[in-house]
Design a protein around this ligand. Structure first.
Ligand code: KG4
Ligand code: ZN
Length: 381
């Protein structure tokens, strides 16, 4: 079955066509999802001058790019619009999966509106996917995951979230998971990006820190590694907001002006070897903190396997240290499926469709988008 995935929750417009390998397969077994084609259009260049994502610019750009991208996706996959509609075609579309929460409302609404129009005109099932559930499914795009044993502990590390989930069932069943911990303030990706910004690096700075850290010393500067003791709360929580203060203070002590204060003269910002040392040191503090809480949660939950998903799972030092120190089998998404992408949304949505959870016509018409603050404390719509 062919599934179209649509992701527009933030500053990436992404479309994917995946194929569920369900011919004659046992409905209870983990099915391989084959990504036929996927496209990711990043808006980073548009937002960079502002040092962060501007919601109105994001929505407008999604609107301008989504339709040409649909045409391009189909042309790359050598599938026509007529094929998608034709009940007798091997390329008949089996369903559409769209992210509708959490994210920037205007950005989400572009994807949701496009998905509703397509589902209506092509007469195919539509499912709404939670972006975080999409990230959790990014590991199920890989063959290797069939070796994972339950319970599976997943560390979700992105620009907006840092969470530990204990998963007790694998797809095609819905991921029956409990949250063992989350960030009380900044997310891990946010900590990378805010520290990068203070050092004068471009937005989003996680990947620049990762690259520069390779030639720096992780012991050059001391950054905090907040350890929240789960004995007190029962949760394996994180707190990264102190890192930006610490980075600001370190830069000031070294005689620089943290970039956030608007002084962009190159001599006021760290360069060369010193910049690499700062990157390596702050990266190590983030990685150590993630590893420490993950190890504690692994021990307490007796998880038999471990996975890391979300944009920060692309970090090379995090991957290296996890591979060195975590003793249970560990899984990462392919690098192209760490940051936001529609293939993971199509994968989560495909399983929803296979479970018979497609929206009814009435639900399709009412389908809406929800920001994070609208969802917090209220049940999933
Ligand atoms: O999952 P994602 O694309 O978007 C959200 O759902 O938030 O994650 C984006 C985050 C950004 O904070 C970005 O700096 C971070 O992932 N990131 C990295 C790396 N690549 C992306 N952080 C550290 N090292 C990387 N290589
Ligand atoms: Zn994401």
């Amino acid at each position: 079955m062919l599934i179209l995935g649509i992701e527009t929750s933030c500053d990436e417009c992404s479309l994917a066509l995946i194929e569920t390998n369900d011919v004659g397969a046992n409905p209870t077994e983990l099915r391989k999802m084959r990504v036929l084609h996927h496209l990711i259009h990043s808006q980073i260049d548009l937002h960079r001058p502002f040092g962060g994502v501007v919601p109105e610019i994001a929505s407008r750009n999604h609107l301008e790019t989504i339709h040409p991208m649909l045409d391009e996706l189909l042309s790359r996959a050598k599938i026509s619009w007529a094929d998608l509609k034709n009940e007798n075609s091997p390329h008949r579309l089996g369903g559409i999966a769209v992210t509708n929460r959490p994210g920037l409302i205007g950005a989400l609404l572009v994807g949701v509106s496009c998905a509703k129009a397509l589902a209506y005109s092509l007469n195919v099932p539509l499912v709404a996917v939670d972006h975080l559930n999409g990230h959790l499914h990014s590991i199920f795009l890989s063959e290797k995951i069939s070796e994972a044993q339950l319970p599976l502990l997943v560390l979700l590390v992105s620009g907006g979230h840092t969470e530990l989930h204990l998963i007790k069932s694998l797809p095609p069943a819905s991921l029956n998971s409990i949250c063992l911990g989350s960030s009380r303030d900044d997310a891990a990706g946010e900590a990378f990006d805010k520290c990068a910004k203070l050092m004068g690096l471009d937005y989003p700075g996680g990947k620049f820190i990762d690259a520069l850290a390779r030639s720096g010393s992780a012991e050059a500067y001391a950054f905090p590694r907040p350890r929240i003791h789960h004995q007190e709360t029962g949760q394996f929580d994180f707190s990264f907001s102190g890192l930006k203060t610490s980075m600001g203070n370190t830069l000031t002590k070294l005689g620089f002006t943290p970039h956030i204060f608007g002084d962009t003269r190159p001599e006021r910002l760290p360069q060369g070897e010193l910049l690499s040392h700062l990157c390596a040191s702050v990266q190590e503090a983030i990685v150590d903190t993630l590893l420490y809480q993950s190890q504690a949660a692994l021990a307490a939950s007796h998880a038999k396997s471990f996975a890391v998903v979300g944009g920060v799972s692309a970090n090379s030092r995090l991957r290296e240290k996890i591979n060195e120190e975590i003793k249970v089998p560990t899984f990462f998404p392919g690098l192209e499926f760490c940051t936001d992408n529609a293939a993971m949304i199509a994968c989560a949505g495909a399983y929803q469709i296979l479970r018979g959870e497609a929206l009814t016509t009435d639900q399709v018409l009412k389908l809406n988008a929800y920001s994070r603050s609208e969802l917090e404390g209220s049940p999933s719509p």
